[in-house]
Design a protein around this ligand. Structure first.
Ligand code: FEO
Length: 392
């Protein structure tokens, strides 16, 4: 438990055991499931945490309010990392009412069998008095599910923002940020955004527009630190990411079966290094342990303006992990990128052509027809110095 202000208490937990978030995304630094209490004449709990943390969660709550009762459980978002313990909390605090919006009601019934008489349905902007302060509720659909809303505590300039402004990475130390915290979490925040929310740029823009009318002094999201000292930086990063804005640089993403496409990728990386071009390189085939794979590649697609993709020809098509990456770009509606493809084949090349077709379908600018080479990689077959010049 951590006291954030006279009224607000952090009662969330860190998960450093889970290997993959949503069963997909690596968690090398863990993740936090944040939950908050607003304590006034009435007590409101905002979101719960993932199942498996029942004891720690209740212990945090009791440390904050001792034997006081919880009057309201505000459900900002129904994804199970935040809603898993709804029934558990309702059993512990039987008089409690669920506070949610209309789109949440069928999900509450479907996931938890919550009876309608236990749900207070809140319309957009509706206020709920807790005594000396009040909460209001604002829909931000598709950030990250259609039912998602934020809760605004005007008296504290605090937005309980759900997944918005969240980040991977367990919460270290003090929970509330300091001047250095944003720099420490920036990469994991971009990875979180690109992996989880990246498809929803337009809804995030709509949400930011809605929040721009509020004087936000504190952001309490469901993942990562409480933001007080970096509110502008955090909002501005989300603004930039949701507009698909990038800086100059090259994101090399490849998969390789026997090392030839990998050798070409490495050779290109060396030429970019020599030319002073910012770049990153991601192996999707899992040959390098410790790599983030597609998760890290998506993060860097949201950083750099140029994507270079390498795939050998496999079953007369794209190597499956690389095809999955390309589909992940399509799913996230990535736009405004420069693109180049390369890859080896043995008897008939198909991957580069198909990669170009997928890139064209996303409106990417092709920087050439690509580099499809037969059998082994060699400097003679692949002029990576010339390609680095094109990519500058
Ligand atoms: Fe952290 Fe969309 O749940």
């Amino acid at each position: 438990m951590k006291k954030i202000s006279d009224r607000i208490f952090y009662v969330g937990v860190n998960d450093t055991d889970k290997v993959q978030f949503e069963g997909l995304w690596p968690l090398p630094y863990g993740v936090s499931y944040n939950s908050y209490l607003v304590v006034d004449e009435k007590v409101a709990l905002i979101d719960t945490v993932e199942c498996g943390f029942e004891e720690e969660f209740i212990s945090n709550i009791e440390e904050a309010i001792a034997d006081r009762h919880i009057d309201y459980l505000v459900v900002n978002h129904m994804e199970p990392d935040h809603s898993s313990l709804i029934e558990y909390v309702m059993q512990r605090y039987p008089g409690l009412m669920i506070v949610a919006n209309a789109r949440t009601v069928p999900m509450l019934k479907g996931y938890h069998g919550t009876p309608e008489e236990k749900i207070m349905v809140m319309a957009e902007g509706k206020r709920l008095s807790l005594g000396s302060c009040s909460l209001s509720f604002h829909m931000i659909p598709m950030v990250h599910w259609p039912e998602t809303m934020v809760t605004w505590l005007d008296e504290e300039g605090t937005v309980f923002s759900g997944d918005a402004f969240g980040t991977f990475g367990a919460v270290q130390g003090d929970v509330v940020d300091d001047e250095d915290t944003f720099a420490q979490y920036r990469d994991e925040m971009i990875r979180y955004y690109s992996n989880i929310v990246g498809k929803y740029g337009n809804p995030v823009q709509s949400a930011l527009k809605k929040l721009s009318g509020l004087d936000v002094k504190r952001i309490c999201s469901t993942h990562g630190p409480v933001w007080e000292h970096n509110v502008d930086s955090v909002v501005s990063l989300y603004d930039r990411l949701s507009r698909y804005e990038v800086e100059k640089g090259v994101c090399i993403v490849y998969g390789s079966m026997y090392g030839n496409t990998a050798a070409a990728a490495d050779a290109l990386a060396m030429e970019l290094e020599a030319a002073g071009v910012p770049y990153c390189i991601h192996d999707l085939a899992g040959n390098n342990s410790g790599e983030l794979g597609i998760s890290g590649a998506l993060r860097d697609v949201f950083k750099y303006d140029t994507i270079v993709v390498g795939s050998p020809t496999y079953n007369n098509g794209i190597f499956p992990p690389v095809e999955t990456f390309m589909k992940a770009l399509q799913a996230r509606l990535i736009k405004g990128r420069r693109f180049y493809a390369f890859g080896s084949y043995t008897w008939a090349g198909a991957s580069v052509r198909q990669l170009n077709e997928m890139a064209s379908s996303m409106g990417f600018v092709l920087l050439g027809e690509g580099m499809s080479f037969a059998q082994a990689y060699s400097r003679e077959k692949c002029d990576m110095a010339a390609l680095a010049e094109i990519l500058k």
